[in-house]
Design a protein around this ligand. Structure first.
Ligand SMILES: [Zn+2]
Length: 164
């Protein structure tokens, strides 16, 4: 048995005000679980992306999350859940006025290959990106895989990386 309190966990550097990994503290071996709080403008992810082998569910506890999908934007309100299949592209946002509180669950634990699409000004196109840690792990940086241009940079609790 493992028991954790979200308030006792450290924040991860994400595109969201609060993101706490529950996977490791709970010793999960077959699925991933993360707790999120998104301020208006925040996102669950660094890019419009998919997972090769992991399906994923977002359960919204408070607020309304908007997921960009290949079928257009989809709003998910309190006590609603949305599931994305392997290979499906998505990126969830808080486009409302109130904070979004949500859980993300993915199985299996390994997500396999990811395609991470972001707009690259040098390529003038949506291109695949790679993520890297910078500034002694204090930041996450996205680079265009086509030309190497930096397309985003995030610090703890900050959305700066996505401001155009
Ligand atoms: Zn580029």
């Amino acid at each position: 048995m493992e028991r954790v309190g979200v308030d006792d966990l450290d924040d991860s550097v994400q595109a969201a005000a609060v993101m706490r990994h529950l996977t490791e503290p709970l010793g999960l071996t077959d699925f991933a679980m993360n707790y999120y709080e998104l301020e208006p403008g925040d996102s669950f992810a660094f890019a419009y992306h998919n997972h090769e082998i992991q399906e994923e569910v977002f359960y919204v506890i408070e607020g309304t999350a908007t997921f960009d999908t290949d079928a257009g934007p989809v709003e998910v309100g309190p006590d609603e859940a949305i599931r994305f299949d392997r290979g499906e592209f998505q990126r969830g946002w808080n486009r409302g006025d109130e904070r979004v509180v949500a859980l993300a669950l993915g199985a299996p634990l390994d997500y396999g290959e990811q395609v991470k699409l972001r707009y690259c000004p040098d390529c003038d196109a949506e291109t695949d990106n790679e993520l890297d840690r910078a500034d002694d792990e204090e930041a996450v940086v996205a680079y265009c895989k086509e030309c190497g241009t930096e397309t985003g940079r995030w610090y703890r609790g900050s959305m700066d990386g996505d401001v155009p």
